[in-house]
Design a protein around this ligand. Structure first.
Ligand code: SLL
Length: 170
């Protein structure tokens, strides 16, 4: 196991969520009648074109990510959810916004420690003033899906030679 000293390599990622209001039919099928939204939280490549999230596609981060753990609010059953293959995302329904802990574990060849991000699950539309304001559901349906994403870079300093090769092959 040889480290390549003085080398630094990064991979651009985005993490965050999309959310939509449940239709009345979807509401009936939800685990609780109090649920108002369906949301997806995800870690994706920032370098990939849209709609390329199929396995083996440009958005398949599994060549360097082994697992993403999404830690949900304690109101959810089994709040710690492991996703062990791409796409690294999780879809749920619910009624409230909360902080999601996103823990990324890297492939064993990397010898890297896991890293943690925090994302505030966003269900309600952005407002011009930034004031939290929950519109009536009818209005939220018209406004369409809500998106909240953050850009970041995962930096590997002095990477192991074999891990560097893996990164450079993708
Ligand atoms: C709030 N502090 O009060 C936040 C907590 C929790 C949201 C929001 C659970 C769904 C279920 C759900 O939506 N929790 O498991 O039934 O707004």
């Amino acid at each position: 196991r040889v480290r390549v000293r003085g080398t630094s390599i990064f991979r651009p990622i985005i993490y965050g969520n999309t959310a939509t209001v449940l239709t009345s039919q979807e509401k009936l099928l939800a685990p609780s009648q109090e649920h108002t939204h369906r949301w997806t939280v995800a870690v994706r490549s920032a370098a990939s074109p849209p709609n390329s999230d199929q396995v083996g596609g440009a958005d398949d981060l599994s060549y360097f990510i082994k697992r993403v753990t999404f830690k949900l609010h304690d109101t959810y059953p089994n709040p710690s959810r492991n996703v062990d293959k791409a796409p690294f995302e999780l879809t749920e329904t619910g009624w409230g916004e909360f902080e999601i802990q996103i823990r990324i574990t890297f492939v064993p060849e990397s010898g890297e420690k896991a890293i943690t991000f925090y994302h505030h699950l966003k269900l309600h539309p952005w407002t011009a003033t930034g004031e939290p304001e929950i519109p009536p559901l009818e209005q939220a349906i018209k406004a369409g899906p809500v998106h909240s994403w953050q850009y970041d870079e995962v930096v590997f300093n002095d990477p192991y030679q074999n891990f560097l090769n893996i990164l450079l092959q993708h």
